[in-house]
Design a protein around this ligand. Structure first.
Ligand code: SF4
Ligand code: SF4
Length: 268
C-alpha cells in the first residue's frame, strides 16, 4: 500500500465527514508565520484540467509542460497514469511556482488541491453513486486554523473558485471512477497511452485527430471540428468523450455511415 492509499484509508475510516453547510475556522494570508511552508515537498496529483490551466498560464505546449513540471509514477497500485507536480530538486523540495515573498506565482491557475486546502473531498471505495464527503486536512505546521475567520465548506469553495474545476473534474471522474477502470480492465499499454494522450497531452491528441483519418471515420459536428483546431478546453472535453467511446465502450461518438456500411460489407 503506497502513501496515497494509506492516507485514503485513514481518511475513510477516521476523519469526520463534513457537508457543504458545515463550518470550520481558517485563514491564510501573507504575513502569517507559516506563509508558503505548505508549498514544498508535497504530492499534488494533477487533473487534466489542472494541467491545461497551468500550461496555458505558462504559455507551454502540453508535452513541454509535462516534461518540465510533472512526474508520472505508475505502478501496480494505480489504475491510470496520473501526473504529479514535480517539486524542485533541492533540499527544501519547493514547488517550482512558489515565490517566498509573494506566494504562488500562478495563483489564479493553481491546481485544484491547492485551491481546496484545507478542505478535501473523498469518495468511499471510488465508486460512482457512493456519497462523497468533505473533510479537513490539517498539516502540522499550518497556522491557518488558529484564526477566527469562519467559513462553511461551500463558502470556502466559492471563495477559492473551484466551480469550473469541479465541472471538469466531474467529467474526468466519469472515466476514472468507471467500473471498467476501477476493476482494472483497462491495462493494455496502448489503452493507457491513449488515455494519457487524450486527457493530458492535448497537443499530441490534436495531431492524432487532424493528422489521421479520424474525421472520415466518425460523424463529428462541423462547428465542433473547427473548434477542436484551436480551442483546448473543447479539445479536452472531446478527449473525455473519445475515451468513453474507445475505452469504456459507450456510444458517445457515431461512426460515419459509409464507413459502417463498408465494414458491414467486409463481413457479408
Ligand atoms: S502551485 Fe502554487 S499554491 Fe500550489 S504548491 Fe505550488 S506555489 Fe503553492
Ligand atoms: S501552511 Fe496553512 S496558513 Fe500557512 S501558508 Fe500554507 S495553507 Fe496558509
Amino acid at each position: 500500500m503506497d502513501c496515497f492509499d494509506k492516507l485514503k484509508q485513514d481518511i475513510l475510516q477516521n476523519y469526520p465527514r463534513l457537508k457543504p453547510g458545515d463550518t470550520f475556522k481558517f485563514a491564510c494570508h501573507p504575513g502569517i508565520s507559516c506563509f508558503n511552508r505548505c508549498c514544498a515537498d508535497v504530492n499534488i496529483l494533477l487533473t487534466p484540467y489542472d494541467v491545461l490551466r497551468m500550461r496555458t498560464r505558462l504559455g507551454l505546449g502540453s508535452q513541454e509542460f509535462l516534461d518540465r513540471y510533472t512526474i508520472l509514477p505508475f505502478g501496480p497500485q494505480q489504475k491510470l497514469p496520473i501526473p504529479i507536480l514535480k517539486m524542485n530538486d533541492d533540499a527544501d523540495k519547493k514547488c517550482p511556482f512558489v515565490d517566498l515573498e509573494t506566494g504562488c506565482t500562478i495563483y489564479s491557475d493553481r491546481p485544484w488541491p491547492c485551491r481546496m486546502y484545507p478542505v478535501g473531498l473523498a469518495s468511499p471505495d471510488d465508486t460512482p453513486g457512493q456519497e462523497e464527503f468533505y473533510f479537513l486536512l490539517k498539516e502540522d505546521d499550518c497556522q491557518g486554523f488558529e484564526c477566527d475567520k469562519e467559513w462553511t465548506i461551500q463558502e470556502w469553495m466559492d471563495d477559492q473558485g473551484v466551480e469550473e474545476y469541479d465541472e471538469m473534474g466531474k467529467l474526468w471522474g466519469e472515466i476514472t471512477l468507471h467500473p471498467k477502470i476501477q476493476l482494472g480492465e483497462i491495462v493494455e499499454p496502448k489503452q493507457l497511452d491513449m488515455c494519457f494522450m487524450a486527457s493530458y497531452d492535448l497537443d499530441k491528441f490534436r495531431r492524432f485527430l487532424f493528422e489521421t483519418k479520424f474525421f472520415e471515420k466518425f460523424e463529428i459536428e462541423a462547428d465542433l471540428t473547427e473548434k477542436l483546431k484551436e480551442d483546448d478546453l473543447e479539445l479536452l472535453k472531446f478527449g473525455f468523450r473519445w475515451l468513453r467511446f474507445c475505452l469504456l465502450g459507450e456510444k458517445t461518438l457515431k461512426v460515419d455511415e459509409e464507413v459502417a456500411k463498408a465494414r458491414l460489407a467486409e463481413f457479408s
